[in-house]
Ligand binder design. Structure first.
Ligand SMILES: Nc1nc2c(c(=O)[nH]1)N[C@H]1C(S)=C(S)[C@@H](COP(=O)(O)O)O[C@H]1N2
Ligand SMILES: [Mo]
Length: 199
């Protein structure tokens, strides 16, 4: 794994942090979008989980806000090689949203307003590993970063964290999403440097 020295002045000068292989430490928050930013007002936003048998579970913005909300601090790793450490988010755990959804489907496709998709094993969205996030660093999530709400799945490369998320389609078989069809790795574990198909 890569070891990077933080560039802070002063006593943190020699603090070393571990980054996944091939990654560098980013201070800013780059915007990476495959197309234009969809403008989705919270009142027009909803999140729908569709099961493999066609069952639908839908939450409006107001319904989402009434669920158990968590504050999470996570590291982000983009396949373009920047990592950002200790970012603060607020959102609803997928555990809460999947609670009561009857499914045996092993895969999920995240769908976004604007048409972006990305596939994940459903197990990677459970057990405190994924959120529908709507605040970043104490502010409503800005549209260019996926506001009003995005998926946050920080243990995988950041392309799996679908911005402007509008739902999950639970699938009996694995299907590639937008970047996965274009040659990105199906799973995308930054610690195993799974950037592209075949890695
Ligand atoms: N809907 C949507 N989600 C997306 C993307 C996108 O183009 N559209 N890009 C992905 C990629 S490649 C990355 S690195 C992150 C970038 O998020 P950011 O722009 O907030 O840094 O969003 C991911 N989610
Ligand atoms: Mo990315």
């Amino acid at each position: 794994m890569g070891i990077v020295t933080r560039g802070f002045r002063g006593r943190r000068d020699r603090e070393e942090v571990a980054l996944p292989p091939g990654q560098y430490l980013e201070r800013g928050f780059p915007v990476l979008s495959a197309g234009p930013t969809p403008q989705v007002a919270p009142g027009a936003w909803s999140f729908t989980i569709t099961t493999e048998t066609g069952g639908e579970h839908r939450w409006s913005w107001e319904e989402l806000q009434r669920l158990l909300i968590e504050d999470v601090t996570v590291d982000l790793h983009c396949v373009t090689k920047w990592s950002k450490l200790g970012t603060h988010w607020r959102g609803v755990s997928l555990d809460v949203l999947l609670d009561g959804v009857a499914t045996t489907a092993p895969y999920a496709m995240a769908h976004s307003y604007g048409g972006y998709t990305t596939n994940l094993p459903l197990a990677d969205l459970r057990d405190g590993q994924a959120w529908v996030a709507f605040e970043y660093e104490g502010q409503p999530l800005r549209p260019e970063h996926g506001g009003p709400a995005r998926l946050l799945v920080p243990h995988l490369y950041f392309w799996k964290s679908a911005k402007w998320v509008r739902g999950l389609e639970l699938m009996p078989t694995d299907q590639p999403g937008f970047w996965e069809r274009a040659g990105y790795h199906d799973y995308g574990d930054p610690w195993r440097e799974q950037r592209y198909a075949g890695d």
